[in-house]
Design a protein. Structure first.
Length: 171
């Protein structure tokens, strides 16, 4: 049904046989029909998912609207198993999406000490012109090794009612 080859490796293979659709998974096994590819048991998301229990009210919980989204909720005493050391910094996993295999991270340690703005940012242009934006998206970003940068994608999120801010999210 489809074959994609990037010049060095097979990136997609979907075949139909005996009224079934088979998809080649990253682990070189085939998934049949809509069963989906099995997760790598050593992946970070698989390890984080082992913390999930549908009865959880704190810790790792599943989003009520998006069934692919999981997030951490609770105090530091209730949630202490979502730390990640990556790129020379300690991070906390805030949420992850199992459909896109993306993590949203925040650091608890200061990356730098920056004077807060004199006024609150009320729009994207004010944030884009701020020192913190320049520091995060120029200085800090450029301090990361290229092998780390390739695992990060740009996303936008809302803060408050009118403000959208660009951040980086770990793939």
């Amino acid at each position: 049904m489809s074959i994609n080859y990037d010049g060095t490796k097979l990136t997609e293979l979907v075949i139909e046989s005996n009224n079934h659709t088979f998809t080649l998974c990253p682990n070189s096994q085939f998934a049949m029909d809509d069963e989906g590819c099995p997760r790598d048991p050593n992946s970070l998301i698989t390890k984080l998912l082992s913390q999930y229990n549908e009865d959880n009210t704190t810790g790792l919980v599943k989003d009520n609207i998006n069934e692919n989204l999981y997030y951490y909720t609770g105090t530091n005493e209730q949630v202490s198993n979502n730390f990640l050391w990556y790129g020379g910094h300690q991070w906390r996993v805030i949420e992850f999406d199992i459909s896109t295999n993306t993590l949203t991270l925040i650091t608890q340690q200061p990356l730098t000490s920056i004077q807060p703005a004199e006024t609150v940012w009320t729009n994207e242009e004010e944030y884009n012109n701020s020192y913190i934006n320049a520091w995060l998206n120029d200085y800090f970003w450029n301090s990361l090794d290229n092998s780390i940068q390739v695992n990060i994608k740009d996303i936008t999120f809302n803060v408050g009612t009118n403000s959208e801010f660009r951040v980086h999210s770990l793939l």
